[in-house]
Design a protein around this ligand. Structure first.
Ligand code: CP
Length: 359
């Protein structure tokens, strides 16, 4: 299998700059590594002695544990650079003496001594300035000589999307003709990123699925993401539609993915060209629309609307009793633990291909 076109590349917004064939190759490698893992085969020669640096600016269970286990299962080394124990990497203009260190120095230094840098940054460490974390991760990529991996930003969570596509492929065998609904779900927390829904609708339209985005008013996703989903649907012979009706999203779906995200009013917005602020976050409005969305909880009655063999997906962690009932998330239609398991194999595929693994 030809894998050399992956060597040294970044994985920052692959929903936009990796082809459909490249996503499929990553899935194939992920399944192969999952097979070898199940057989107990030794895979430590694949990335022997290669070093992965991780920086988590936010909490994590799945992403942290599976990158940590994954690099070691491939024979590599994991160095976790905990914010607070290192100088916080900062973009030009955001320096604080003896507290931060300019990203240009951090990225150049780490890429002299390691083989990839993986970063999670969204929401609070970006001051809820939408897209700030994406620009921060891209600044790492500009200065680093090694691949930069996005482990979740304000806009995208491509590692989650890859594991989710693997899970769908395992459950249904193919993507064509499958109806996926990415639905909003209620949560008591009004500040949440949009990364998972945006990456999932981009990746699933890239695979030519029939995708519905369901959300109450006030929860619109990034217009550039919506435009790209429409373009994907046209190019790959799938479909994409948006509804404000919770029930409509579930009717006849093969896959429902009800997940909370923040109202568009929970972010500050900046003009990407000039850097000038164009809109302040508005917590009163975010609370108002959230109150109106309390009915968007996934119950068994909702799940009874999906197709026979339909599945419930969630990236986890889930707000039980708000986004979903225990009955559903612990029930027979739920594949949430399969998704979490596939994070390991998806991450191993990403690292193996980008870091020059001997496959
Ligand atoms: N789904 C996901 O990214 O989980 P963590 O936040 O635990 O990494």
């Amino acid at each position: 299998m030809k894998t050399s076109n992956f060597l040294g590349r970044d994985w920052i917004e692959p929903e936009l700059d990796y082809s459909r064939e490249e996503w499929k190759t990553l899935m194939d490698i992920g399944f192969e590594l999952k097979r070898r893992f199940a057989l107990g085969q030794d895979t430590t020669d694949i990335l022997k002695s290669k070093t992965l640096f991780t920086m988590f600016f936010n909490q994590s269970l799945r992403t942290r544990s599976t990158f940590d286990a994954g690099i070691q299962q491939l024979g590599g080394i994991h160095s976790s650079l905990e914010p607070g124990k290192t100088y916080t990497p900062a973009r030009k203009g955001f320096d604080i003496p003896y507290e931060t260190e300019r990203i240009s120095d951090v990225a150049r230094m780490l890429s002299r001594v390691g083989d990839a840098i993986a970063i999670r940054m969204y929401g609070p460490p970006s001051g809820w300035n939408y897209g700030f974390s994406d620009e921060t991760i891209k600044e790492f990529a500009y200065y680093a000589d090694c691949p930069i991996i996005n482990m979740e930003s304000d806009k995208y969570h491509p590692c989650q999307a890859l594991a989710d596509l693997m899970t769908i492929k395992e459950k249904f065998g193919s993507f064509k003709g499958k109806k996926l609904t990415m639905s909003f779900a209620y949560s008591g927390s009004i500040e949440k990123p949009r990364a998972v829904p945006q990456s999932v609708i981009l990746a699933s339209t890239l695979m030519g699925m029939d995708v519905t985005l369901a959300h109450p008013e006030g929860y619109d996703l990034d217009p550039t993401v919506i435009e790209k989903c429409k373009a994907n649907a046209g190019q790959y012979d799938g479909s994409f539609k948006i509804t404000n009706d919770f029930d409509e999203g579930f009717e006849g779906a093969d896959i429902v993915y009800p997940k909370s995200w923040g109202s568009h009013t929970c972010f500050n917005y900046y003009d990407e060209e000039t850097g000038k602020k164009i809109k302040d976050q508005d917590h009163d409005e975010a609370r108002r629309v959230n109150e109106l969305a309390k009915g968007w909880m996934t119950t068994q009655k909702q799940m009874d609307k999906v197709n026979k063999n339909g599945v419930y997906m969630h990236c986890l962690p889930a707000d039980r009793g708000q986004e979903v009932t225990d009955e559903v998330i612990d029930g027979p239609q739920s594949v949430v633990i399969d998704e979490a398991e596939n994070r390991l194999h998806a991450h191993k595929a990403i690292m193996a291909l980008l870091m020059g693994g001997r496959l």
